[in-house]
Design a protein around this ligand. Structure first.
Ligand code: R5P
Length: 317
């Protein structure tokens, strides 16, 4: 479909299936690179294609093990820069460390800014990512950031299901804007759960604003990590009379107790995207479905390469 020797797509180790699907969409072979681990645990990467003067993209989610994949990405960038790539774009479908984005107590880091600095200093020219935890993180970079959203892929899926009597539920206040977008696309009412985070993995859904009695629910979130947020919200809406419950999340991190928690609550279908590959453990989640963001990313890469608009993509995927 789109052969161009000037465009090179390289894959990190975090999400080989997604990288392969992006290359397939573009009709390009994956860029040759050899990634090895030395006996002491250090990574070594050797680029096997000529990249001098080329427009290079590296696809790498900084998911678990986060530090390893982040370091691998930095080494990749260094390799390409020293091999005289003309432009280096990191395609980070899931951007780890993004949730530590402010000092909300004393003596804590802002890791989202730290990672932005590390990437920039390594030599990245441009970032393509999906659903950063907060959109304003784009401002942590002084290089262009193209920000896509999983909501496009997820809402199309739920639109095709033609769910009647639908209420879109935001499982926390921070996610309201995204929930409102789902409501715009799918129709239906909007409800919001007010949550209290007790610790990194413990969340209490405290109150519901809006009615869910007798309604079918689509609960949408950007990240499902320990699943504390989603599960406590699901329990609350069930108690308040919700009928079918669907959950849509862009990034299925599924850390710690997530699988056990999700299998205990009543969810008719949980849908995530492939920004993060499902672990063997996460494959045990009941009623889980994974949608691919490969064509959306592939299309965005093509447009960046051709200097075409990305925003017009939002109406077509
Ligand atoms: C919070 O602000 C996010 O939108 C997610 O709701 C949260 O990060 C999910 O984390 P967990 O699944 O651990 O509750």
């Amino acid at each position: 479909m789109f052969l161009n020797d000037n465009l090179k797509i390289f894959a990190g180790s975090s999400n080989p299936q997604l990288s392969a699907a992006v290359c397939k969409y573009l009709g390009l072979p994956q860029g040759g690179a050899n990634i090895e681990k030395f006996p002491d645990g250090e990574k070594h990467i050797r680029i096997e294609d000529d990249v001098r003067g080329r427009d290079c993209f590296i696809v790498q989610s900084t998911c678990q093990p986060v530090d390893e994949y982040l370091m691998e990405l930095l080494i990749y960038v260094d390799c390409l820069r020293r091999a005289s790539a003309k432009r280096i774009t990191v395609v980070v479908p899931y951007f780890g460390y993004a949730r530590q984005d402010r000092k909300d107590e004393g003596r804590v880091p802002i890791t989202a800014k730290l990672v932005a600095n590390l990437l920039t200093v390594a030599g990245v020219d441009r970032v393509l990512t999906i659903d950063l935890h907060a959109r304003q993180l784009q401002g942590f970079f002084d290089i262009p950031v193209d920000h896509l959203t999983g909501e496009l892929v997820l809402s199309n899926y739920f639109l095709n299901k033609k769910i009647d009597n639908l209420t879109i539920v935001s499982p926390d206040v921070g996610n309201i804007k995204i929930a409102a977008k789902y409501a715009d696309r799918l129709g239906g009412a909007l409800a919001i759960v007010h949550k209290k985070r007790v610790s990194g993995s413990k969340v209490e859904a405290q109150e519901l604003i809006g009615s869910v009695d007798g309604r079918n629910i689509l609960m949408c979130d950007d990240i499902i990590a320990t699943a504390g947020t989603v599960c406590s919200a699901v329990e609350l809406v069930k108690k308040r009379g919700a009928k079918k419950i669907y959950v849509g999340g862009t990034h299925g991190v599924f850390a710690g107790p997530a699988v056990e928690r999700l299998n205990k609550v009543s969810i008719d279908e949980i849908v995530v995207t492939d920004t993060i590959p499902l672990s063997q453990e996460a494959k045990k989640i009941k009623n889980i479905k994974v949608l691919s963001v490969a064509s959306m990313l592939g299309e965005a890469i093509k447009r960046i390469h051709r200097n075409e608009s990305i925003s017009s993509l939002f109406n077509n995927v």
